[in-house]
Design a protein around this ligand. Structure first.
Ligand code: 5GP
Length: 213
């Protein structure tokens, strides 16, 4: 039987650069998948339905909840976001390691169901830097920047519950900050793949083979 894939949850305050880090990782490595979430929020310019998110209505989201279609879901910044069970199951069953880029509430739900999942928290280097990144994005209204910043302190407190913390430095101070963070994320995935527990079958086979004369 093929080995099941592993789940990696990436969280962190909006504007910390999670998506950019995940995108940089996926560009460099095709042996990791990314789950496309459902959301009730409106698409931002350039976002493609089915690629960035599955953009659904409130009614459709509620139907999916009622059908038990979600692996996890949560209210984030006044919208609903959820990971589809079907997408997660398919990838893991095919033995593919899968990234979920979701908020802290979602991460806690994932860990309850799958304590083996690895959790990674992406932090901005400072509050000022985070505020600057949110403004530079140019896609947020003042109101949404205010809502998001209000949530950050609470979110960062939950970082203590994650397995790993990546600091995404500002490119003006560390020019290759994005590459460093993406490499760090891939290093976490690699270290999980190399764990002894994943090598038991191999070790048994090797030992058996070596015993033969
Ligand atoms: P954004 O609207 O900026 O794309 O995402 C807002 C927040 O929702 C981010 O923290 C993102 O990680 C989180 N998010 C995206 N998809 C999901 C999901 O499927 N479940 C949960 N719980 N959070 C999600």
């Amino acid at each position: 039987m093929a080995k099941r894939g592993r789940l990696f949850v990436v969280s962190g305050p909006a504007g910390a650069g999670k998506s950019e880090i995940v995108r940089a990782l996926l560009k460099a490595h095709n042996d990791v998948g990314l789950s496309v979430s459902c959301t009730t929020r409106a698409p931002r310019p350039g976002e493609v339905n089915g690629v960035s998110y599955h953009f659904v209505t409130e009614e459709r989201f509620q139907e999916l909840i009622d059908e038990g279609a979600f692996y996890e879901w949560a209210f984030v910044h006044q919208n609903r976001y959820g990971t589809l069970k079907s997408a997660v199951e398919k990838e893991l069953a095919e033995g593919r390691d899968l990234l979920l880029e979701i908020d802290v509430q979602g991460c806690m739900q994932v860990l309850e169901q799958n304590p083996e999942a690895t959790s990674v928290f992406v932090c901005p280097p400072s509050r000022d830097n985070l505020e600057k990144r949110l403004r530079d994005r140019g896609t947020e209204t003042e109101e949404s920047i205010r809502v998001r910043l209000n949530n950050v302190a609470r979110e960062v407190e939950t970082a203590y519950r994650y397995d790993y913390v990546i600091i995404h430095y500002d490119w003006s101070e560390v020019p290759n900050a994005l590459q460093i963070a993406a490499d760090e994320l891939y290093a976490i995935i690699t270290s999980k793949r190399l764990e002894k527990n994943n090598r038991i079958d191999f070790l048994n086979e090797l030992s058996e083979g070596l015993k033969k004369n």
